[in-house]
Each structure stands twice: as C-alpha cells, then as structure tokens.
Design a protein around this ligand. Structure first.
Ligand code: PMV
Length: 357
C-alpha cells in the first residue's frame, strides 16, 4: 500500500539563545532558551511510504509533488552529510514511536520504502534557521507515516498537548532548536521539554534584514562546542537562566521595553562568546555593524509612534526586528528608507508544525 503525508513546520527565532550543550548525543542544552515561532517561513515535507517496497529511506532532491507553488518554494541544497543526518533522523523516529505510540493507544507500523521530498518557503541561504523547520516537519511526517491508525493519530495530536511535546523531544534529538517549532507563539525549551509560555504582547511580526546569503563558515554545531572555550562561558548558564526568568515576567505583563532590553543584551552576549573563544570567529559582516550602530540609537530613543523593536541575531549576520504587527508597515518603511540596499523578509508569529494532508 502507498500512503502519502504532507506536513509544514515554521522556523523560530530565539530571544534567549540555545548555545552550548549539556549532552551532545541527545541535544540537551546547557541553558534554557525562549523563542517566537514563525508562521509562513517554513519547510514543507512530503513523505511517501510504500509498505510493499523493500525497507529503506530515500531523500529525493525534488519539490514535493503536491505542493502549493504560489509561494515560490525552493528545494534545500543539502550536502551528503545533511542528507544522511535527515535519513538517520527518520530512522530515529521509526525506532522511537515503538515505545511512544502504545502510551497513547496507537500502533506503530514499521517497514516499507520511505521517500522524502522537502521545500522551503524562504529563499535558499537566507539566514532563516532551516534545520529547526525541516526537522520539526520531518519528525511529524515520519511519525504519521509509521502509524497504523493516522486518523486516531490526528485526533490525539489535536487533543493532547503531551503527545505533541513527546514528538518534539524526538525532533530535538535531530536538531535542538526544532523542538521549539512544535507550538507557538512563545515557547520555552527547558531541559528535555519545550512548552508554550504566557505572553501579553499583541501579535508580533519578524522583519529580517538580509545582510548575507552566504552559507556559514562555522556551523551552529561547531559553535555549540567552541563557546565553551571562551572566558565568558563561566557564569553564562546562570546569566541565561536569570534572563529567562526576567523575560517570562516581561512577556507575561506585556512589558515591551523590558523584552527589548533583555533580547538586545542576550544577543550581544552570544556573539561575544563567539568573539572571545579560543580561536575567535564572527558571523558579522560590515553591514551587520552598520545596522547594529543605527539600532543602538533607535533602542535608546525609539520613535514616538512605537515602543522599541525586539532586536536579535541568530548564529549569522542577518538582523531580526520583532515589532507589533500593527506597526510593521511603518517599520518596513523606515528600514527601506535607511537601508535601501538590504532585502527584507517578513513573517508573523505562528502556532507550530501541522499536518497539511
Ligand atoms: O538547533 P541548532 O543546533 O542549529 O542551534 C541553534 C542555535 C541558535 O540558532 C544560534 C540559537 C537558538 O536558540 O536558536
């Protein structure tokens, strides 16, 4: 029998960063992290399972066949190591569901040939974290493909948040930050588990200034271990944990000024870890510094019409400004006027991975 599943999962952007691992085989973090889940900047995954085929997982570098093409999807340019990592993850899901499914009254069905096709809705090498969105999508799609009763699966997925969190834990083992893409809009990842947190902020929009599309010289996996060689690593976990507490309070009360200050300090700290490790490195480009200098002025005296933006950078040169959706047009206008040479991506907050069909 041939069955097909299509799943879409958004990327997420962290305000308190996952940087440094406690256990690298399980991707357990040194400190908790807190992020906003995006909506349209996502990965689509199509999985086909032919239960009569010989056992195996194939990654096909083509667009999913049944896909809405209106958003100009691109096939991620995965190197062989990336393909193997994805295939290993599908096998991890296959093994993990054997013990997970019975806890929810589901039956796992192994074997057969699996074909995976994926597409991103954001341009290739745009600095959007594609490992978070692709691993979240591959986890849900393959869990569905290995389930004997997909209708019951969907019911439990929709009705029981614990099931979603258990699948997020499996996803985390493939790519740490992917566990935060299972729910939204604001998600705390603590130890093994990611859960949503309360926020009194209005709907938010992420505006991304694209400084460079080049692929990273230092992968985030390398960065996770290099930061431990920085003299600033001492005390890092305690500082991040303290910031998590402060950010949760600020989000719960909708204190935009405090959220913005915490995110700005945390971003500088993560990049300072990169700049001070044993063999220092940077993700910044000259334009990153040009924009950060301008933003420093904006953050010390925000325009009258808006509270300060929430500014952050991932392990890359591109700059995220998270602003109220109702003021996104004004911010876009200002950014286009100040930096007409820099392309801009835009997305709102979202609610996490979902099965499309
Ligand atoms: O999930 P990874 O191993 O790609 O690590 C992501 C690390 C950062 O993007 C830099 C920070 C974060 O918390 O998303």
């Amino acid at each position: 029998m041939l069955r097909k599943w299509i799943v879409s999962a958004p990327s997420n952007i962290a305000l308190i960063k996952y940087m440094g691992k406690e256990d690298s085989s399980l991707n357990l973090p040194a400190n908790s992290s807190l992020s906003m889940t995006l909506d349209q900047l996502c990965t689509w995954v199509e999985i086909e399972r032919n239960s009569f085929g010989s056992d195996g997982v194939l990654f096909i570098p083509e667009l999913p066949r049944e896909l809405d093409r209106s958003f100009n999807p691109t096939v991620p340019a995965l190197k062989e190591a990336g393909v193997q990592r994805m295939i290993r993850h599908v096998k991890r899901v296959q093994e993990s569901v054997h013990s997970l499914f019975p806890q929810y009254g589901l039956t796992a069905e192994a074997g057969g040939q699996i074909e995976i096709r994926t597409a991103n809705t954001f341009p290739a090498s745009s600095g959007i974290a594609s490992s978070a969105s692709s691993f979240a999508a591959v986890t849900l799609a393959s869990a569905l493909a290995f389930c004997k009763d997909p209708d019951l699966f969907q019911k439990i997925w929709q009705g029981n948040p614990e099931f979603k969190r258990d699948l997020a834990q499996i996803s985390r083992q493939g790519s740490g930050s992917s566990c935060r893409s299972f729910e939204g809009p604001w998600v705390l990842w603590e130890g093994a588990t990611a859960t949503p947190v309360k926020s009194a902020l209005p709907e938010m929009t992420d505006l991304v200034l694209l400084i460079s599309r080049d692929s990273k010289e230092i992968s985030s996996s390398e960065a996770h271990s290099l930061v431990r060689t920085s003299p600033l690593w001492e005390g890092r976990v305690a500082r991040a944990q303290e910031r998590i507490g402060a950010l949760r309070t600020a989000l719960a009360s909708g204190d935009r000024i405090a959220v913005s200050k915490i995110a700005w300090t945390e971003m500088w700290e993560m990049h300072s870890l990169f700049h001070t490790c044993e063999v220092p490195f940077t993700y910044w480009e000259p334009d990153t510094i040009r924009v950060l200098r301008w933003l420093r002025g904006i953050l010390t005296s925000a325009p009258e019409w808006a509270p300060p933006p929430i500014v952050t950078l991932d392990a890359g040169p591109n700059i995220h400004l998270i602003v109220e959706s109702s003021q996104a047009a004004e911010w876009k206008g200002l950014l286009k006027e100040k930096f007409p040479d820099l392309p801009l991506l835009e997305d709102t907050q979202g609610s996490g991975v979902k099965a499309v069909y």
